[in-house]
Design a protein around this ligand. Structure first.
Ligand code: AFP
Length: 313
């Protein structure tokens, strides 16, 4: 990337950075629309009542749960963007067909506010987005043309990839996204781990893997929010998140289309890996819109070690 004299790369805004990726203008527009929606989501998170859907506030207005409100904000932006063919969110039961398939259109699967219950205890939450060309959403994650997340934490950050590296933008006091990290890169192995699920429901192989991590001095870092937990691993360039198959839940908890595929795309773009314990997440052929999968995602060597323990087990 060539920066004009006097312009440090950290004054680069999102739209300009996207233009330097030599991608379709419609994709640039789509990502910028999602980024813009994030400003309204953060406003809702920070100022909105914390009521639950179906109740009403003192003005008698229907109280929307934050995940429902976030979904409405993002969906409206996608529908009116003019470049979206199909939409599916974790809050929807089926795909919304916005426009018939034609060249230059995209389809979007997203989790509008992953970990929304954490807002009540003031922990970080996020929006996760997966983008495909055309109108089909039931396809391998490896076919994604872009993936991104917006993390609503002490700062608001947006991390994206269009298949040319992973880049972080942070929202400034004017609510503009400016470049803060470019070409985020994972180390081969790390020293933090985020173990999801109940440990007493882990398989023998996964239990032995956790003990291996502890023996090598890895520190447990788990917030209960997929976006902040993955963000910590990506931005530190080291670590592993896992939500394995559990004795009571062989497919784990996390959803393939809304959570795992976009994060696996970003992690592989940063030089890491993501597996369901048998194959790369991005190579799974989805059979259902709300399909779940076990996941080991992070440093490549750590993911490979997890697979070794699972295979031995
Ligand atoms: P919710 O979106 O239903 O709050 O779930 C969040 C999540 O899918 C993901 O963000 C976390 O990594 C995972 O659940 C935490 O699950 P446990 O609460 O079982 O650890």
């Amino acid at each position: 990337m060539v920066h004009e004299p006097g312009t440090s790369k950290f004054q680069i805004d999102l739209r300009r950075h996207l233009r330097e990726q030599n991608i379709c203008d419609n994709l640039i527009h789509l990502i910028c629309e999602i980024a813009e929606a994030g400003k309204y989501v953060i406003n809702a998170v920070r100022t909105g009542d914390l009521g639950v859907a179906g109740t009403s506030n003192l003005y008698g207005e229907e109280q929307l749960a934050l995940d429902v409100l976030s979904d409405r904000i993002i969906r409206k932006r996608l529908v009116h963007s003019g470049v979206v063919s199909s939409i599916l969110s974790e809050e929807m039961d089926d795909v919304l067909r916005v426009k018939p398939a034609e060249d230059g259109l995209y389809s979007v699967a997203y989790d509008p506010l992953d970990g929304s219950s954490l807002v009540d205890v003031n922990l970080a939450v996020g929006t996760i987005v997966s983008i495909y060309s055309g109108s089909e959403l039931l396809q391998k994650g490896r076919n994604q043309v872009a993936a991104l997340y917006i993390l609503y934490g002490p700062r608001v950050s947006l991390v994206y990839s269009v298949g040319k590296g992973v880049h972080e933008f942070t929202m400034n006091h004017l609510m503009e996204y400016t470049l803060t990290r470019e070409n985020v890169t994972m180390q081969p192995s790390g020293n933090i781990y985020a173990p999801g699920g109940l440990r007493n429901q882990y398989s023998d192989g996964v239990e032995r893997f956790v003990r291996y991590l502890e023996a090598k001095g890895a520190k447990l870092r788990y917030s209960g929010g997929f976006v902040p937990d993955i963000n910590q691993i990506l931005m530190k360039g080291k670590g592993l998140f896992m939500y394995p198959a559990l004795n009571g839940a062989p497919e784990g908890k996390l959803r393939l289309l809304f959570e795992l595929n976009p994060m696996a795309f970003l992690m592989e773009q940063a030089g890491g890996a993501a597996s369901n314990g048998r194959m790369p997440i991005l190579d799974i052929c989805p059979e259902g819109l709300d399909q779940r999968a076990p996941v080991f995602i992070g440093c490549r060597e750590d993911v490979e070690k997890a697979l070794e323990f699972i295979t031995e087990g």
